[in-house]
Design a protein around this ligand. Sequence first.
Ligand code: UDP
Length: 224
Amino acid sequence: MIAPSIDPLSNKNKGLSQRYIEEVLQKYGINHDKPIITQISRFDYLKDPVGVIEALLQVKKYNDCQLILAGGTATDDPESGQVLEEVRNKANGHPDIHILTIPPGSDLEINALQRASNIIVQKSLKEGFGLTVSEALWKAKPVVASAVGGIPLQISHKYSGLLCHSIEGAAFSIKQLLNSPEYAQKLGENGREHIRQNFLLTRHLRDYMLVFLSLYNSNDIVYL
Ligand code: UDP
């Protein structure tokens, strides 16, 4: 199996100036006055955005913080409008819950929102690989994510992030990170190194070379 990878030089992942990050926050009316917890995802039931709001509301009983749920509404996904409506109902106009619909192709803005965040969440119920986790870890962000699909390949629990299995588990982990900034920073740093070694584009090159080499060694004829 060849796992996906991210391009560290793309608009989604390259370094950004603090000024640009502030501009994007300002554009979406977000003040950096309290910690930002973010989930970047299509508005899809399997990404459990309503569960993320429930977790945030549990956390807010103990820690002041704000939530960004940012995602596009894909025209080829008929359910996304319905999910977005449920998300808005659940948020019920809460001033610390920012629901952003981001137009397609806004990679720099997604990058800025990830970089502006104190914690990234990916509370999926099911997942393929979960590219948003690699993107967040590459930015050295502490991540709380469900132990589904390819996410455990990216996060070793308590080493390069925190894995969760429920809304309560997600809330517990978010609180823990908010209360232990040094621990959160260490998880982010370990996460970045894990992504550097395993999930950057350069690893893909190595994988393809190994595939070609194994075909060559097996005496199969390869037409390119
Ligand atoms: N993404 C984006 N804009 C959005 C929501 C997601 O650009 O509004 C990007 C996100 O940064 C990631 C990809 O879309 O690169 C989603 O990949 P992932 O594997 O996390 O989930 P999928 O949508 O493929 O289930």
